[in-house]
Design a binder for this molecule. Sequence first.
Ligand SMILES: Nc1ncnc2c1ncn2[C@@H]1O[C@H](COP(=O)(O)OP(=O)(O)OP(=O)(O)O)[C@@H](O)[C@H]1O
Length: 326
Amino acid sequence: MKHVLEIEELTVTFRTENGDVRPVDDISFAVRPGETVCIVGESGSGKSVTSLAILNLLGKGGEIGPGRIRLAGEQLTEKSGAELRKARGKDAAMIFQEPMTTLNPVLTIGDQLREAIRLHAGLRGKAANAYAAELLREAGIARAEQVLKQYPHSLSGGMRQRVVIAMAIAGKPKLLIADEPTTALDVTVQAQILALLKRLRTDHDTAILLITHDLGVVAEMADRVLVMYAGQIVEETDVFTLFDRPLHPYTRGLMKAVPAISDGPDYRLEAIPGSVPDIGRLPQGCRFHPRCPAAADRCRGEMPTLTPAAPAHLVRCWLAGQSPAS
Ligand SMILES: Nc1ncnc2c1ncn2[C@@H]1O[C@H](COP(=O)(O)OP(=O)(O)OP(=O)(O)O)[C@@H](O)[C@H]1O
């Protein structure tokens, strides 16, 4: 299989009191087996809605269309609710920022893991128990038998996230979707969880779609990066090219907002002025132009398309490559 996930021209519409909004507007990308693709962008750029759409978890008022989502070679957009639930967990599983979104506070870790195992691995009884302990060890939990008897609240945030990862891998999914999985954790624990995700990728060839606003996490984890802004992909390339030769003024702005050790203590962070536009009130032309230091007349009137600026380097900017200083 060439791709685990293929998304073509995906648009998500939410019906709101003030009319329809499209937080995800015509995005296409694919993820290969064993590849880690990061989606990066500021808050409100559409990263989470993209990931929820993949597993049909948009909730009330959210609709996919037009667009196609193929997971493990199967067209998800044509599946029924029951078929989709089956695909979730077997082919793809989701890890959220806050582990308590997934964990039930009144059930033991063992109860919850065994349920995930019953659903996604078809095991019960002793076999399920043994597999539950094995999954916890795989997720880096040493005293697995003891943890199986505990409730979520008695565990640290890092341990809870390990449990969630253990549940996510119960069905040996081909794709893990992780939405800011380490944002709620302190730095040391964050590094441990990222190392765990890397190990799962290496040991099982699991593809990872990682959503983050943190370029440090991108540098650590990504093979390929999608930069999102106001519901669109504005740049896509491999991680080395992105850091070496970012072409979109937005990507450059994000990079300037990250301190390097060599900047020293007096360095002033250059955050991008302004904020991501309200999805119900998008500017004409390029959606980034009101914040862009290089915006020209064409940018104010005409929406740029996502086009190759170099092999395997896509960028949505009329001026890409023209002005290295922008
Ligand atoms: N249920 C909903 N109804 C209407 N609009 C929504 C809904 N869910 C999300 N949105 C809007 O979609 C846009 C994108 O949201 P999304 O959560 O995907 O952004 P994000 O890039 O993941 O940011 P964050 O990191 O803050 O989650 C936002 O403007 C948000 O208000």
